[in-house]
Design a protein around this ligand. Sequence first.
Ligand code: G1P
Length: 271
Amino acid sequence: MIKQAIIPLAGMGTRLLPLTSVFAKELLPINGKPGIEYILDECIDAGIKEIIFIISKKKIMIKDYFNRDALFKKIINKKKDKRIVKEYKKILKYKKMIKFVYQNQPKGTGDAVLKTKNLIKNDYFLMLLPDDLIVKKNCSKSMIKIHKKYKSSVMASINVKKKNVSRWGIYNIKKKINRKNFLIDYVVEKPNIKEAPSTKAVIGRYILPKTIFRKLVNQKIGKGGEIHITDAIQELLKENYKFIGHNFSGKYLDCGTMNGYIKSSIEISKL
Ligand code: G1P
């Protein structure tokens, strides 16, 4: 059963400067709605009951966004705006499901995951990276189905151009299960073109086993001076843990770069 999701939100968002100089990138509106709400809607629709936000002191505005009850009540009492009432109800629903933990030093995704160690209850949990929006089809839902069927960890994936491999975690295939699902042999974080074992890139949706914390506790600093979840996954692969790469059917929108962010708004407005 996958009932908990974690979302690392402590990143500085430097690729979106100057928009992120005073503002959390996950609250930037995409077609009138903060990016983080698309991510929340995806996991709630996939059956997730509790969501753990990993924030930092600098990103406290994310917590504030879900905690402005007094303001909403005041406005709603003054003017009966149906839209605001509806939005408030939605925010209250999210608020009930969210827990917060802190990662005050930007030490990487692996370090962010480690902060949730004491809150994870079941054997597996979902992680969503907020820069990666997937629309048209619920990727988390499809991955949970794969997880149930194969009793395995799962990572979302797409095929990328060879010249772009150094932007992603790249894996190679041990065995093709079917057209969309691949048993993973090994994974490497942001390899150069020569090192890359394939052009299969990991996208920000992961179903991870609780046992990954055992690896994260001792995980060494990797590429770019950060602790990567990819490296901890590779440690589990070495122990023959089963990971499936799932080429999802939805449309991928990379909101972490300025071009991608602008393009995402256009694409979502067309849905
Ligand atoms: C992270 C992961 C990388 C993965 C990517 C997907 O990188 O470390 O393996 O391919 O997300 O978006 P980041 O985007 O944080 O640089």
